[in-house]
Write a protein that binds this ligand. Structure first.
Ligand code: AR6
Length: 165
């Protein structure tokens, strides 16, 4: 099952939330900053032990003071016009995050619009990859995990709602 909602991902009562991180995994602005603030300093402590993460891959930590039990950290691609493998890397973020959450036994996972803020990925294209990759994962694996697309703006929510039908 997939759905789109508008809200603050740090408040969601799901098993896992996804962090649009950078390759250092040591925090930053945007949703990354919000997640670290809400989770508390223990999150950064655990992230320091992970030795970073490649773009399009994912690593998991506990959620600490968040309602979510797990945080899946995934660095999305910086938008560079679309000819530098951005789409494949962004699809990797969704696929690898789902895989890790499923391995942890998560029954629900919420994604922000990875790369669509500071990293400049056009929202319509990114949302198409997000929905397509998650749909394919659910069909291919038969995993019943609930996928929530957590939109920060009304405009983004409109884009996802159209894609989800
Ligand atoms: N809940 C849900 N979505 C949010 C929240 C929130 N609390 N806050 C922001 N967003 P961005 P990126 C949305 O810039 O483009 C960081 O510095 C936001 O409106 O957070 O992948 C990292 O450390 C947008 O739709 O992530 C990296 O250096 C989406 O989250 C870099 O930014 C992603 O925007 C990553 O850039």
């Amino acid at each position: 099952m997939m759905k789109a909602i508008r809200g603050d991902i740090t408040k969601l009562e799901v098993d896992a939330i996804v962090n649009a991180a950078n390759t250092s995994l040591l925090g930053g602005g945007g949703v990354d900053g919000a997640i670290h603030r809400a989770a508390g300093p223990e999150l950064l402590q655990e992230c320091r032990m992970l030795n970073g993460c490649k773009t399009g891959e994912a690593k998991v930590t506990r959620g600490y003071r968040l309602p979510a039990k797990w945080v899946v950290h995934t660095p999305g691609p910086v938008w560079n016009g679309g000819t530098k493998g951005e789409a494949e890397k962004l699809a990797g973020c969704y696929r690898n995050s789902l895989k890790l959450a499923a391995e942890k036994g998560a029954k629900s996972i919420a994604f922000p619009g990875i790369s669509t803020g500071i990293y400049g990925y056009p929202v319509e294209e990114a949302a198409g990859i997000a929905v397509g990759t998650c749909r394919h994962f659910l069909e291919e694996t038969g995993n019943g995990i609930e996928v929530v697309f957590c939109c920060f703006s009304a405009r983004d929510l409109g884009v996802y709602r159209r894609l989800l039908g």
